[in-house]
Ligand binder design. Structure first.
Ligand SMILES: Cc1cc2nc3c(=O)[nH]c(=O)nc-3n(C[C@H](O)[C@H](O)[C@H](O)COP(=O)(O)O)c2cc1C
Length: 183
C-alpha cells in the first residue's frame, strides 16, 4: 500500500499532525511520502497512491492559499488529461483522508467545514473514496490573533493540538490504514 501525506502549514500546527501521521504509518510498517506544499508548481503523483492524507490549517474558512493554488492547478491538469470525467467514476483502490487544524473562534467547527469540503473535492472529482474528514483544534499562533485562543466558541484552546489530540490522530490513522489494507 502506497501512502502520501500531503499538507500545508503556515504556523506549525498542521505540521504536528502530519508528523504524527508520518510516524504512525511508519510504525505500522508502511512506507509513506510526507510532502509539505510549498508551491503550486509541484506535481505530486496523486494517482499513484492507495491512501492519501491531505491537510491544512484554516484561514478565512478555507485552506491555505498555496494548497488552494495547487488544488486548482491539479484540477486543471487532470481535466485536460481526461482523468476527471463527468459523473466522476470511482477508483476503487484510491482513498483519501481530508483534515484541517482550526481555531474556530467565531462559529467553532462550522467555520472549518468549508476548508475540509474544499480539499476533498479534487479527490472526489478523481473518484477517490473520502474515508475520513478530521477536524483537529489548533491554537492561533500569530501575535495579532493570540487572544482568539481564549474566549472563542471553543473556549481555551492554548497549546492545541496537544498530546491528547495527536494521540487521537494516531489512533484514527491506525483505523484508516487497517480499513484500506483489508480491502
Ligand atoms: C491569519 C489567520 C486566519 C485564521 N482564520 C481562521 C478561520 O477562519 N477559521 C478557523 O477556524 N481558524 C482560523 N485560524 C486558526 C488556524 O486555522 C489554526 O491556528 C491552525 O491550526 C493553523 O494551522 P497551521 O499552524 O498549520 O498553519 C486562523 C489563523 C490565522 C493565523
Amino acid at each position: 500500500m502506497k501512502v502520501l501525506n500531503l499538507y500545508f502549514s503556515s504556523t506549525g500546527n498542521t505540521e504536528k499532525v502530519a508528523k504524527t501521521i508520518d510516524e504512525t504509518t511508519r510504525e505500522l510498517g508502511y512506507p509513506v511520502d510526507t510532502v509539505k506544499i510549498l508551491s503550486k508548481d509541484m506535481s505530486p503523483d496523486i494517482l499513484d497512491y492507495d491512501l492519501i492524507f491531505v491537510g491544512s490549517g484554516v484561514y478565512g474558512q478555507l485552506p491555505g492559499k498555496k494548497l488552494m493554488d495547487l488544488h486548482g492547478a491539479l484540477l486543471q491538469r487532470f481535466v485536460k488529461a481526461g482523468e476527471i470525467k463527468p459523473a466522476s467514476p470511482r477508483r476503487p483502490s484510491s482513498h483519501v483522508v481530508v483534515y484541517c487544524t482550526y481555531g474556530g473562534v467565531h462559529t467553532g467547527m462550522n467555520e472549518a467545514i468549508p476548508a475540509v469540503k474544499y480539499m476533498g473535492q479534487l479527490f472526489d472529482h478523481l473518484g477517490f473514496t473520502i474515508i475520513g474528514e478530521w477536524y483537529v483544534v489548533g491554537q492561533y499562533m500569530t501575535k495579532k490573533l493570540k487572544s482568539h485562543s481564549v474566549g472563542g466558541r471553543l473556549g481555551d484552546i492554548r497549546g492545541r493540538p496537544n498530546q491528547a489530540d495527536l494521540e487521537e490522530v494516531a489512533e484514527k490513522v491506525k483505523g484508516v490504514i487497517q480499513s484500506v489494507d483489508e480491502k
